[in-house]
Design a protein. Structure first.
Length: 89
């Protein structure tokens, strides 16, 4: 199965919740939130490590890699599985 589309409307509807996500967010998700609020949250909670900061700021991925990252993240966070709409066989 392949992605039919990424439900950016659904991602934006969870903006406030995601701005308090205690870890790395895929690029597609990050584009739908206020990065400054999220980064401030991570810093205040002591979650913003140098490794995480580098991963956030040094992202250089193709569109396909971004999709794969989102799929993996949604598998690890099933409460957000509806961010992806799949092609039906």
């Amino acid at each position: 199965m392949d992605i039919k589309y990424i439900n950016f409307k659904k991602i934006r509807s969870k903006k406030k919740e995601l701005e308090k996500y205690p870890g790395y967010l895929p690029g597609f998700v990050e584009t739908c939130i206020d990065r400054e609020i999220w980064m401030d949250f991570l810093e205040k909670e002591g979650l913003l490590t140098r490794e995480l900061e580098n991963k956030i700021f040094d992202r250089h991925m193709s569109f396909q890699e971004e999709k794969e990252e989102l799929i993996q993240w949604c598998e690890e966070n099933p409460q957000y599985a509806d961010f992806i709409i799949w092609e039906e066989d």
